[in-house]
Design a protein around this ligand. Structure first.
Ligand SMILES: Cc1cc2nc3c(=O)[nH]c(=O)nc-3n(C[C@H](O)[C@H](O)[C@H](O)COP(=O)(O)OP(=O)(O)OC[C@H]3O[C@@H](n4cnc5c(N)ncnc54)[C@H](O)[C@@H]3O)c2cc1C
Ligand code: SF4
Length: 597
């Protein structure tokens, strides 16, 4: 079958002599959404993206079988992905003094690294310093959405009103009712697959057709039901029924390729920002895109104190340029947006723009992960193979701790992501006993009988977990890099102990033989769900942004990515990032119309 690929029809030439209505920095989930909403409302928008525009289908090659690739998908020689032990034993910058030509984050070490070598940043060009941290970055058009894991979850008032619930931290300046209509808009515009469960702590989306659960997953779902817990099909940011209003995307064919490698769907059934948001925005005729444009500083009008544009470095020729705009919107991802705010020092804003509170870079939060379990469903050993992994995800077990109960030792909660059944590479093959023909027989017979799951827990936002600028180290373009001051606390460690215990308990309750329980806590940053470095709030002394992600200090400056989140919740953040960005940009466009910015 031939897929027809469309090019965005109305690509605009970049005109740096012009003052745009808005300049957006970053083209991932947040920046793509800002571009979509503002251009639809008629604003003329310039989108600056530090990375290049890749022929992404040629990179991802989702239909390529491992044996069709000369190295079964592995990196070419000279490339290296940082391993868990390196993150643990060494200090950043991890690529310093290595003999490898190119060094990538741990995600490059997943099967199929060759498909992401042009998507992930080379750590040699992009160092950072301080405490250990596994920082995964994708500097290309669309950012991390090109390879994300697709789990698309809503937050609830257990998250937005966490302080009211348990007394810790700060409540968000919004509640679920404020964001619910925007979650709905994101669901309908981008497509999401899933199954309704009517849970207060994990609100349902407007779902398209859900993934099928496998035999072992159905067994676990039934058993969890008896325990008062839930296993639901993976809520995937994937259109399983198609989105007719978008000509750049296809509905999911269930090939499972996105699950075999670090994400990626070359027919764009899985959401990615370029096909989901940016190309349609270009088709309005209101969007101009400048790639290879590394924002260096938010420029300030010394007379008014307002933002007047962005100074950026061309990554190819190293020259500096200015982009002028009436409104500046940062969406460079949580850590890069904080870096940009801190880099933007001026007479008016000596601590960095928007930082009169001193909270920029602070209150960092994310998800802690590592603990989980692997089990074997004995009754399924020897069964005829079925196509189990032809789907964009496995299952999700929503949070069940500290809802109506109160756990000793830790507050907040965690959920599990998992999967069971046959997969392209047979589960359990590495650990199977035997040799030769007997080994192969054992592997084949057991391949579909394994099930595993791993936890994602809320890391508490703490002022003392922060990032600032390193006074000495710079990246390849001479821009000061981030320095981390961050480590997990006691709450996270206690929560992880509980994760390992409950993973075992749930498998045992389902009559699944537990073949392994992992208690290792992975390095800080591993979840790739970084949040909180410019949080929203009602008090300008303790927060950076208001409820519309608008700077308390500079009214025409907005930061619409995960840096605005007040707490991490334990649900994956991307759907919330986009719903919030949509809400804020609706407000922004109204204020712009009224001349209030
Ligand atoms: C392997 C993987 C699995 C994931 N799985 C999930 C999941 O299952 N569910 C989930 O919710 N989330 C998941 N995530 C996280 C998800 O991808 C992010 O939450 C989301 O992409 C954040 O959007 P963003 O726009 O803030 O950042 P990004 O998508 O990172 O986009 C930021 C963009 O800004 C650009 N940029 C950075 N600095 C500058 C600068 N100075 N100037 C100009 N441009 C700049 C970058 O190049 C990038 O294109 C996963 C991520 C990865 C990598
Ligand atoms: S399973 Fe669906 S979302 Fe995943 S790669 Fe295949 S078509 Fe894309």
């Amino acid at each position: 079958m031939t897929l027809i690929r469309f090019k965005a029809s109305q690509e605009q030439d970049v005109d740096l002599s012009r003052t745009y209505d808005a300049v957006v920095v970053g083209s991932g989930a947040a920046g793509g959404m800002a571009a979509h909403v503002l251009t639809t409302k008629g604003m003329k928008v310039l989108l600056l993206e530090a990375g290049k525009k890749l022929p992404i289908e040629q990179e991802l090659r989702s239909m390529e079988w491992p044996y069709d690739h000369p190295r079964r998908g592995e990196f070419p020689p000279g490339n290296h992905a940082i391993r868990y032990n390196e993150y643990t034993i060494r200090q950043p910058p991890y690529a310093k003094k290595t003999a490898f030509k190119h060094v990538y984050s741990y995600v490059g070490g997943w099967g199929g690294s060759d498909y992401v070598k042009n998507i992930l940043v080379d750590e040699k060009d992009h160092p950072y310093t301080g405490t250990r941290y596994a920082w995964v970055r994708a500097r290309v058009l669309g950012g991390k959405t090109n390879i994300w894991g697709r789990l698309a979850l809503r937050l609830s008032d257990y998250d937005f009103k966490g302080k009211t619930h348990d007394g810790y931290g700060e409540d968000w300046p919004i509640s679920y009712a404020d964001i619910e209509p925007y979650y709905d808009k994101v669901d309908l515009y981008l497509g999401i697959s899933g199954h309704k469960e009517n849970l207060r702590h994990l609100p349902d989306s407007l779902f398209q057709r859900p993934n099928k659960l496998t035999a072992s997953e159905i067994r676990l779902r039934k058993s969890l039901g008896q325990m008062g817990r839930v296993l639901t099909p993976y809520r995937a940011g994937v259109t399983t029924d198609g989105v007719k209003h978008n000509k750049y995307r296809s509905k999911c064919f269930g090939r499972g390729a996105c699950g075999r490698r670090p994400g990626g769907c070359d027919i764009h059934a899985a959401f990615d920002s370029p096909t989901g948001l940016i190309y349609p925005a270009m088709d309005t005729g209101n969007l101009t895109l400048r790639t290879n444009a590394i924002a260096r500083e938010v420029l300030v009008d010394p007379k008014t104190g307002k933002a007047r544009g962005i100074s950026f470095v061309d990554s190819q020729n190293n020259r500096t340029y200015e982009a002028k705009a009436k409104v500046v919107i940062l969406a460079a991802s949580t850590l890069e947006s904080a870096r940009l705010l801190l880099l933007s020092k001026s007479r008016q804003y000596p601590n960095g723009i928007g930082n009169s509170s001193g909270h920029v870079g602070h209150n960092f939060c994310e998800h802690v992960m590592g603990p989980g379990a692997t089990g074997l469903v004995k009754e399924l050993v020897g069964r005829t193979p079925t196509l189990d992994d032809g789907r964009p995800g496995g299952f999700y077990v929503p949070r069940f701790r500290n809802l109506e109960d109160k756990q000793p030792g830790f507050i907040r909660g965690y959920g599990f992501e998992g999967g069971g059944g046959f997969s392209i590479f047979p589960s359990g093959a590495w650990d199977a006993p035997g040799f030769g023909g007997q080994f192969k027989k054992t592997v084949r017979e057991h391949a579909g009988a394994f099930i595993s799951m791993g936890g994602f827990g809320e890391v508490l936002a703490r002022y003392e977990n922060y990032m600032d600028l390193d006074p000495e180290v710079k990246d390849t373009w001479g821009i000061p890099v981030l320095r981390f001051h961050y480590e997990f606390g006691d709450n996270e460690k206690k929560m992880c102990e509980d994760m390992a215990t409950t993973a075992r308990e749930m498998f045992e309750h389902a009559g699944i033989e537990v073949v392994g329980v992992d208690k290792t806590i992975l390095t800080e940053g591993w979840s790739i769900h970084e949040l909180g470095t410019a949080r929203m709030g009602t008090d300008s002394k303790t927060s950076v942004l208001n409820q519309f992600q608008q700077s308390h200090d500079v009214r025409n400056l907005f930061v619409v990515d995960g840096s605005s989140h007040v707490s991490a919740s334990c649900q994956n953040p991307t759907w919330t990032i986009m719903a919030l960005a949509w809400r804020s940009c609706d407000h922004l466009a109204d204020e712009f119309q009224k001349g209030n910015l």
